[in-house]
Design a protein around this ligand. Structure first.
Ligand code: GRF
Length: 213
């Protein structure tokens, strides 16, 4: 029987920084590993290098300045507009440091994924972003850390977990060296999650995610 072909998914990536995770998705699409296309990269930071990466790869790069909007809901509405006009199926938060509005989460229910640089539920939630996450892990003295890809719900870092992977922390690790180690695994599990989503293989039951064979 001929295989049923699933149409390529339209992906949007939202970011606020350098975009190495965006790059990992771009690279995997180029390798043919992901049945999807990045239609747009959106940033709330004008100078985010992730926007440059998008342009270098002929992807629409959109900067949305929160200062031009009355409040966070209106700012989010503008982003929703950019996404819906491009028929986005999957929104990837890759180092995006803005709060999503309830309307955003409702519009893309179970279609928003985030990458967080720790093993959720440790070192996550409000205030845990960037190097801060790794500083806290080192300070606490944990012996392993890692990265988590999860669906986004209405609270910070609480949505259903898709993948986690671990790194070991050595006595001489610093927040910076831990960040580097963790980024390496982020660049594996994020594209893998995007791939499975685009293949229609991710299933959520209550808050438990399973991968269909
Ligand atoms: C990553 O550590 C990611 O887990 C976190 O923000 C960082 C973004 O890094 N959410 P980059 O911009 O993809 O290099």
């Amino acid at each position: 029987m001929p295989q049923l072909k699933i149409a390529p998914h339209n992906i949007a990536v939202l970011l606020s920084g350098g975009g190495t995770n965006l790059q990992s998705i771009i690279d995997n699409i180029k390798l043919g590993n992901i049945n999807g296309k990045i239609e747009v990269v959106i940033s709330n930071k004008k100078d985010a290098y992730g926007l440059e990466r998008a342009k270098l790869n002929n992807i629409d790069a959109v900067y949305v300045n929160a200062k031009n909007y009355e409040n966070i809901n209106e700012f989010n509405d503008k982003i929703i507009e950019e996404l819906t006009k491009r028929n986005i199926d999957l929104v990837v938060l890759a180092g995006y440091l803005k709060i999503l509005s309830p309307q955003f989460i409702k519009t893309f229910n179970n279609r928003i994924i985030n990458i967080h640089p720790s093993l959720i539920p440790s070192f996550c939630g409000k205030g845990y972003y960037g190097i801060k996450v790794h500083e806290e892990a080192i300070k606490y003295g944990v012996k392993v850390s890692g990265a988590t890809v999860h669906f986004v719900d209405e609270n910070a870092d609480t949505g259903p977990i898709i993948f986690q992977d671990v790194v070991f922390i050595d006595d001489n690790d610093t927040a910076e060296s831990l960040q580097k180690k963790v980024l390496q695994i982020e660049h594996k599990i994020l594209p893998q999650a995007v791939k499975l989503f685009c293949d229609g293989k991710i299933q959520i039951t209550d808050r438990k995610v399973t991968v269909k064979e």
